[in-house]
Design a protein around this ligand. Structure first.
Ligand SMILES: Nc1ncnc2c1ncn2[C@@H]1O[C@H](COP(=O)(O)OP(=O)(O)OP(=O)(O)O)[C@@H](O)[C@H]1O
Length: 260
């Protein structure tokens, strides 16, 4: 399923039409945001793993560009390679072949220390299992990410409060994770992931553990922060109703994108 909004013309303006536009999509008039440089490019990326004496090819030639303020989704069966790709995009891993540039930085040639530094400052992660510290309150969990990003202490209070407000949890900021519902915990995880103002937010199955109402709330927050926080979100999902809000859905089958 492909669902495009005005920003689809980004790819056209940057000469990446073949990669990003489905063949039957009409060209839409460019809008101001569409002339932006890509935030992240993945070029001819392959990733293999050595398991015993065998080499397992998981990604077999992936191409993708993410632009500012996009909400992009990856779908595909379990084992198709989505998480492997997300790990590469977030600089947690490096490709066996191909190139990954994040804001022009060559992640594929950088060592882990250099990638970690960029990651802490400019990339946020959300995982299915929330990744919240159980003994810390919602407020303290969000604060932790500012501490990690070395944000000046004087800015913490305003930013933590603003982020929890953004996800609708101002009134629950002193609750610990176990005192919150699954959806609320996931919203704390979002606040935590965006607190240091990353340009890219990677979310692996962020709604998988939630009922449809809570999942809708999380998606509403995602839609809002793409604009208000100027962040690009790339997430994996299996849920077709969620895919309807995406700027683009990439379908992965056995390590490649199909239907592009
Ligand atoms: N470090 C690793 N070593 C060996 N094989 C791996 C490694 N990481 C991933 N794989 C294999 O790569 C394939 C793709 O895994 P991946 O987690 O990327 O799939 P996925 O599409 O995210 O699946 P799911 O939807 O279940 O999370 C799987 O067969 C997995 O076993």
């Amino acid at each position: 399923m492909l669902s495009w909004m005005g920003r689809s013309s980004t790819a056209e303006k940057t000469g990446d039409l073949e990669q990003a536009l489905p063949a039957d999509t009409e060209t839409v008039a460019p809008i101001a945001a569409s002339v932006a440089e890509p935030l992240l490019t993945v070029r001819n990326v392959e990733r293999s793993f050595d398991v015993g004496s065998q080499k397992i090819r998981v990604l077999k030639g992936i191409n993708l560009s993410l632009y500012p303020q996009q909400l992009i989704m990856l779908r595909g069966r379990s084992g198709s390679g989505k998480t492997t790709l997300m790990n590469l995009m977030g600089g947690l891993d490096t490709p066996t072949e191909g190139e990954i540039h994040f804001k022009g930085r060559p992640f594929h040639t950088w060592n882990d220390d250099k990638r970690t530094e960029v990651r802490r400052k400019d990339i946020g992660f959300i995982f299915q299992a929330y990744a919240l510290m159980p003994m810390l309150s919602a407020y303290e969990n969000v604060e932790l990410s500012l501490r990690m990003a070395k944000t000046p202490r004087s800015e913490w209070k305003a930013r933590v409060t603003a982020c929890l407000d953004l996800v609708g949890l101002s009134k629950r900021m002193h609750h610990r994770p176990f005192e919150l519902s699954g959806g609320e915990q996931q919203r704390v995880a979002i606040a935590k992931a965006i607190a240091h103002k990353p340009s890219l937010l990677l979310a692996d199955e962020p709604t998988a553990e939630l009922d449809s109402q809570m999942a809708a709330q999380v998606m509403q927050v995602f839609k809002e922060i793409v604009k208000s926080e100027n962040v690009t979100i790339c997430m994996t999902t299996h849920d077709p109703t969620i895919m309807e809000v995406a700027d683009h859905v990439y379908e992965m089958v056995d390590g490649i994108f199909v239907g592009e």
